[in-house]
Design a protein around this ligand. Structure first.
Ligand SMILES: Cc1ncc(COP(=O)(O)O)c(C=O)c1O
Length: 422
């Protein structure tokens, strides 16, 4: 067991880390852009991107400079700072106008918890409707709205209700869009009629389901959820932890005139790797009920200057470099390239996604086969994220197009070879 091997950490590291990280077993000495560099100098192309966190690319020079400068000045305390002023200014340039107040936290789960508290606080009700296959985190409140993670952990938080998502390729109603006229939303309405005690505080939704494999709902779905929330005088919470800050080709996937979420959750790429998340809402909502009372919505690290500096740099880059548009364009080209090269391969059930959040769903028998494909990709120098039967791709929004397409071609070749060897 060499000092540079992944297993050198076995004596201290508890079990339960990310499956894909464990499978990869990589040790990284440095990283640049989309490249991970191992201690022996060998490189791996990082399409895992920490499941959507790596927004600006590893070791982005402007980000590193700003963070190093902030670190040398001060980083502990939630007092006023130029970093927080910049963060507010830069983020507000991007946010929809109705979301004019920001509270910072450290992780996506924590921000989802805060968003739920805010919804309960603002409405005086307690039920939350979320959707099958969702991922909203693993803390107790968010866990109640995270699919497949609750086994063995007892009853979820009371008032947690769920209905099918608009996953058209695997429609739980066995219907076809657009003929279905979004019957899944009608089903959600029926679920509420049967299960709600009239106390719906919010509808909580991922605009694109990340962990489920980057599942994109059809046009009009989010608008119909908005209407459903309105019918119950409930709030709409868009969990944009994965989709936000340009990842899916728009700055925020739920920022549409017919959706207008009341609360938005941001995380992952928001700090480009610095652990920071946010809840965004109107002042009118935030000051209602217990949420707005002194100390009622704070956390130990919320709004510390290093986190604020990270958000400010990311938000400025998204705005100034048009990263959402870039993600849209490159995402369309990547999707087209992968679709064209994989369309006739029986191993591939679907290639999907939006912007630079793509999914290649495999038609495989079991997890062992998924692991085998994952390992073959890694042997060819390409690291991907997994989720269910899907390979998930999250390149940085700053990625060089030629480098991205070369990685896509390697990926297609490996999948084709895997199928031929079957
Ligand atoms: C949509 C969504 N919400 C919340 C979370 C939880 O974020 P964190 O892992 O930072 O707690 C995730 C993480 O994958 C996510 O994808």
């Amino acid at each position: 067991m060499g000092a540079d091997s992944f297993s050198a950490e076995d004596p201290v590291l508890g079990p339960g880390i990310s499956e894909a990280v464990g499978w990869a077993g990589l040790v990284i000495a440095e990283a640049r852009g989309m490249q991970l560099i191992q201690p022996d100098g060998s490189r791996v192309t990082d399409l895992m991107g920490a499941a959507g966190v790596n927004l600006l690319g590893h070791s982005h020079p402007g980000y590193v400079r700003a963070m190093a400068d902030q670190l040398q000045r001060w980083m502990i305390g939630a007092h006023g700072s130029d970093a927080r002023r910049d963060m507010g200014r830069q983020l507000q340039r991007l946010l929809p106008e109705q979301l004019n107040r920001i509270q910072l936290y450290s992780s996506g789960s924590e921000a989802v918890e805060a968003a739920i508290r805010l919804a309960k606080s603002a409405t005086g009700r307690y039920e939350i409707l979320s959707f099958w296959q969702s991922f909203h985190g693993r803390t107790m409140g968010s866990l109640a709205h995270t699919s497949g993670a609750r086994n063995g952990l007892g009853p979820p938080v009371p008032g947690s209700i769920s209905a099918p998502y608009a996953d058209c390729a695997r429609c739980p109603l066995r219907m076809t869009y657009p003929g279905c006229d979004l019957a899944c939303v009608d089903l959600a309405r029926d679920v509420l009629r049967e299960q709600s005690s009239g106390a719906l505080a919010a509808v909580l939704v991922e605009p694109v389901q990340g962990r489920a494999g980057n599942v994109v709902p059809p046009a009009g779905y989010l608008a119909r959820l908005r209407q459903l929330a309105d019918e119950h005088e409930a709030l709409l919470i868009a969990d944009e932890s994965m989709t936000g800050m340009g990842r899916t080709g728009e700055v925020f996937a739920s920022d549409r005139p017919d959706v207008r979420p009341d609360i938005m959750v941001l995380g992952k790429g928001l700090g480009n790797g610095y652990p920071v998340s946010a809840v965004c809402a109107s002042l009118e909502l935030m000051q209602r009920g217990p949420f707005g009372a002194p100390s009622a919505s704070s956390s130990s690290y919320g709004g510390f200057p290093l986190a604020c500096r990270a958000v400010a740099v990311v938000a400025e880059a998204v705005q100034e470099q048009g990263l959402a548009g870039r993600a849209r364009l490159l995402g369309e080209r990547l999707l087209a390239r992968l679709s064209a090269s994989l369309v006739d391969l029986p191993l591939v059930a679907e290639v999907r996604g939006r912007g630079l959040a793509l999914g290649i769903e495999l038609d495989i028998a079991n997890k062992e086969q998924l692991r085998h494909v994952f390992q073959q990709l890694l042997n060819a120098g390409v690291l991907v994220m997994t989720g269910g039967r899907t390979l998930r791709l999250y390149p940085p929004l700053t990625v060089d197009e030629a480098e991205l397409m070369a990685a896509a071609d390697t990926l297609s070749e490996v999948l084709r070879r895997h199928w031929d060897e079957q």
